[in-house]
Design a protein around this ligand. Structure first.
Ligand SMILES: CC(C)(COP(=O)(O)OP(=O)(O)OC[C@H]1O[C@@H](n2cnc3c(N)ncnc32)[C@H](O)[C@@H]1OP(=O)(O)O)[C@@H](O)C(=O)NCCC(=O)NCCS
Length: 167
């Protein structure tokens, strides 16, 4: 399987990355390596020349309470599942120097492809995102993510993700 991204490694120039959102920049500068070491998240890098980071995203196992789902989806799930397995696309960002060139879309598709592939091995019925602000919410909405009431989270059913990749 070919992906556009590679796992984060120690040569990647994390300190130079700037997407304009301090929280995401600080995460990449200061925390991500520890999270990866502790298996809290996996981080994938869209790299340029000389180990420059053009963009990145993180994935983790997650779950959502079944009663957070819209009723038309919940009623298709077996009632014995109080929590449903999902994949968390925790963070996704593009460096300002490479913004508005379609890389955000490419990163999102790469993340969805990995999430879909993983779901063959470890059950996951949706990809979840936690949009940082309204801009992020609009970005994810454009690609079909649905807002979950009350939690501030958004989700894309794996059934829809599969339509992107199954021919
Ligand atoms: C959101 C982000 C990843 C977009 O990256 P990008 O490479 O500039 O986006 P692309 O060039 O791939 O644009 C893809 C589409 O999304 C739209 N888009 C991009 N940023 C958007 C935003 N902030 N709000 C709404 N739509 C947006 C673009 O207009 C484009 O649609 P179009 O083809 O119809 O014009 C980037 O702006 C970023 O890193 N922001 C800071 C971090 C962040 O908010 N991440 C998301 C939440 S964790």
């Amino acid at each position: 399987m070919t992906y556009l991204t590679v796992p984060l490694n120690s040569l990647h120039r994390r300190g130079d990355f700037s997407c304009g959102k301090v929280q995401l920049d600080n995460y990449l500068h200061n925390q991500v390596s520890q999270d990866v070491k502790r298996k809290l998240s996996a981080c994938f890098i869209l790299q340029g020349e000389n180990d420059v980071i053009k963009g990145f995203y993180t994935l983790s196992n997650d779950s959502i309470p079944a009663d957070h789902l819209p009723s038309e989806i919940r009623k298709k799930m077996p009632p014995s599942y109080t929590n449903l397995p999902t994949t968390l696309l925790g963070r996704l960002a593009v460096d300002k120097d490479f913004a508005k060139q379609g890389l955000g879309e490419l990163l999102l598709l790469d993340a969805l492809k990995r999430s879909y592939d993983i779901s063959d091995d470890i059950g996951s019925m949706a990809v979840i995102v936690d949009p940082l602000d309204n801009n992020a919410l609009l970005f994810y909405k454009k690609y079909g993510f649905i807002e979950l009431p009350d939690s501030g989270r958004m989700f894309l059913p794996m059934k829809l993700v599969s339509k992107l990749f199954v021919t």
